[in-house]
Design a protein. Sequence first.
Length: 114
Amino acid sequence: MIASKKPRKQRKFRYSAPLHLRRHFLASHLSKELREKKKKRAMVVRVGDKVRIMRGQYKGKEGVVKEVDLKKCVVFVEGITRKRVGGQEVFVPLQPSNLLITSLKEEEKRGKVS
């Protein structure tokens, strides 16, 4: 993405990257079954994918990806919430590197008539 190895320039690039490139920052590892099937180690997380949390307070919990925020480079998973002081339930932002994709959203056949 960027030729320089300097940390300062890497950080600046990640901070100021356009959205179509930020998408690549949201990759997560695949489960062993998906790894064998897709012949890839990691893929970009999408809404509808089922993921398992591998690190942090919510380690071991599973859920469906509800929202992907390209601006902040975080993922929100259904069922992973916390309460605010006022009592409102909000989704907890998770780093995609701390997730494991267990099943992918079914590919929709667009433009094909069965």
